[in-house]
Unconditional design. Structure first.
Length: 367
């Protein structure tokens, strides 16, 4: 009698872990700004630094739990790329708005990360599925995930600014917590330095600059896993065991904190040592950073189990759905038939994309 092939092979188990971690990453990325719901983030600079401190602490704890693995300084470059992209979102939203900004940097992020993994750019190994049918599944899935970003650009949140006894409602679309109070930051002249500069630009100049910055921010987001992947693919020969992706979390997070601190110091210099600091944002900002760190650590594990070409489009397209679910079901920020139809369309496109990407990862192997 032929022995039956075991159902739970190592590849099946690894894939299951990967999808679970991808799900955790999507939920945490879509929910980590909830602690900021009732607090003003100012111009975002101090908030992003507090958030990055929490990210670094989570990275340190992970590093110690893993037994202090080898520290790879090159992996810090990924943290620099992410933190720089994060800073750019503030002027982007001022220049072209949240909807268009989110659409452009989201698409740029997804396509950059997927393209690097699929074609092996920057001297990394290509991870495209080996057989043509599965490659087609992957391409179709990525195309649907790209299309899923478009409806978000047309959704109109119900935003009312808190004045005296009026109630404030802020959208929970990804990144909006960082910039929703940006224009409230004031200098001694009653106007933020950045706003003062941007207001001098013509409408066409604002749009061109905003689109360029959004594409660059998305590319930085999309390339932030490339330095660790480069190390894995190039620094170890066939007789050596390359470290798992999660071993790069701590140097990655070190790069995030160092870059964030550098930009904060530049901001303090530019504001003549008069930064906008809301002390009530410290604890919520810390919790937001913990949520982001859990999501990113899960993403590192998913990359190792699923490969970037699968994990990146899945995790990049999912948080928008989660954030909008909070806004629709809990905070009632999105109401009306038009918003519901657009959100439903985004969900359908995302689900179809996920199904095709999952199918692309089912090609047979010898393991």
């Amino acid at each position: 009698l032929k022995s039956k092939r075991p159902l739970f092979t190592p590849r099946v188990m690894s894939t299951a872990v990967g999808y679970v971690c991808a799900g955790v990453a999507v939920i945490c990325f879509g929910s980590n700004y909830i602690p900021l719901k009732k607090f003003e983030t100012g111009d975002g600079m101090f908030f992003q630094w507090v958030m990055c401190v929490a990210i670094w602490i989570c990275g340190l704890i992970t590093y110690l739990i893993l037994g202090s693995p080898t520290f790879y300084p090159l992996a810090m470059l990924g943290g620099f790329l992410w933190a720089t992209g994060n800073i750019l979102t503030v002027p982007i939203v001022k220049l072209i708005g949240m909807g268009l900004g989110l659409l452009i940097w989201g698409l740029s992020n997804l396509l950059t990360g997927w393209a690097i993994a699929n074609w092996g750019l920057f001297h990394t190994k290509a991870e495209a599925p080996p057989d043509e049918p599965y490659q087609i599944y992957n391409y179709v899935g990525v195309a649907f995930c790209v299309l899923s970003f478009i409806p978000y650009a047309f959704m109109q949140p119900n935003v009312s600014i808190k004045i005296d006894d009026q109630q404030k409602s802020d959208s929970l679309l990804p990144h909006e917590a960082l910039i929703n109070e940006f224009e409230k930051s004031k200098t001694d002249n009653g106007e933020s330095l950045l706003i003062s500069y941007l207001q001098k630009l013509s409408p066409l100049q604002k749009r061109i600059l905003g689109v360029i910055l959004a594409v660059i921010a998305g590319m930085f987001y999309g390339a932030n896993f490339t330095p660790p992947q480069y190390i894995i693919d190039n620094d170890f020969n066939a007789s050596q065991t390359a470290p798992k992706d999660i071993n790069f979390c701590f140097p990655h997070f070190c790069g995030i904190l160092l870059t964030s601190t550098f930009y904060l110091l530049l901001y303090c210099i530019g504001s003549r040592n008069n930064p906008t600091v809301n002390n009530q944002i410290i604890l919520p900002g810390f919790f937001a950073g913990v949520g982001w760190a859990i999501a990113d650590i899960s993403w590192f594990i998913a990359n190792n189990s699923l490969q970037l070409v699968v994990a990146f489009p899945l995790i990049s397209s999912g948080p928008g759905v989660v954030g909008c679910l909070w806004g629709v079901l809990v905070f009632k920020e999105f109401t009306g038939k038009r918003n519901y139809l657009l959100f439903s369309l985004a969900i359908v496109l995302t689900v179809v994309g996920i199904v095709f990407i999952t199918l692309s990862d089912t090609y047979p192997t010898n393991t």
